[in-house]
Ligand binder design. Structure first.
Ligand code: ZN
Length: 272
């Protein structure tokens, strides 16, 4: 895990290590069904799913920006370490000017809260407007399976604790040099943030949860994908685009900074 700031465009970027999320193998799905899933899992050869959880600090002329906020304390001791990583980097919560949220799942947004208050007293919260609208709609909650309802509670808490400081952002430029790219599927309004410059960096949220497995076979999905077919299409599109453009990528569940290259079957994420 990188512990040094690295320059992209007009920002210095630091990966904040929040911890590791572990889950049984049955959180994985495959577009071609269970047999294809089992085959891919057998080839992969790992006994369980072990996913790094990250968020990011950006230091620029406009102060400190975070991309996502980690899990906070409520998901157990294996996660919720982003505040310690921030403190180690010398960033106080009061210094955070804004948090760009890729989507409103707990491992990306619960870190916005410190118990029953906002962790970042001065920050504006930028959320993709399609995600904010979906998770703010009670009628949608009723149609959503229980195990995918977490985003509704997270959104209600954002509205309560950051009232008047929420920017529901359309796709496109959200800050000077930062563009929101839509990657729908994992959630309705899931997106990535592209830091523009000579060597652009795409922070793609949860386009991939398991970088090695899903890059090699982008048809592998995750049971928490809201719309598996849309998530798969977004995954394929963004892998192809990142490879073609030569973008460096990272994300909520990617280790370090990576470059996407084509491989025999699909893609490979190589250290950048
Ligand atoms: Zn996630």
């Amino acid at each position: 895990m990188s512990e040094t700031w690295r320059r992209f465009g007009s920002y210095d970027v630091l990966i904040l290590d929040d911890g590791v999320f572990e889950a049984p193998l049955d959180v994985l799905i495959h577009a071609e069904g269970e047999a294809a899933r089992d085959e891919a899992v057998a080839r992969w050869g790992k006994p369980k799913v072990s996913i790094p959880v990250n968020c990011f600090a950006l230091k620029g002329a406009d102060g400190i920006t975070l991309v996502d906020a980690g899990t906070g304390p409520s998901w157990g001791e294996a996660m919720g370490h982003a505040p310690a990583a921030m403190a180690k980097a010398g960033i106080a919560p009061e210094q955070v000017e804004r948090v760009l949220i890729t989507h409103l799942h707990g491992d990306h947004a619960l870190g916005l809260f410190d118990g029953d208050r906002a962790r970042f007293p001065e920050a504006e919260i930028v959320v993709p407007e399609a995600d904010f609208a979906f998770f703010g709609d009670e009628a949608k909650r009723a149609q959503t399976p229980q195990n995918r309802q977490g985003g509704f509670a997270v959104t209600a808490a954002v509205k309560k604790h950051y009232a008047g400081r929420i920017h529901s952002a359309p796709v496109g430029r959200v800050r000077p040099g930062i563009t929101l790219i839509p990657l729908p599927g994992h959630t309705a309004g899931h997106g990535g943030y592209l830091i523009e410059g000579d060597a652009p960096l795409l922070l793609w949220g949860d386009a991939l949860h398991l970088s090695d497995l899903q890059a090699a076979d982008p048809d592998i999905g995750f049971v928490y994908d809201f719309d598996a077919a849309a998530a798969r299409a977004s995954r394929r599109t963004i892998l192809e685009r990142a490879a073609h453009e030569g973008w460096i990528v990272s994300g909520g569940h990617i280790e370090g900074f990576r470059r996407v290259v084509e491989s025999d079957a699909g893609y490979e994420l190589i250290p950048a």
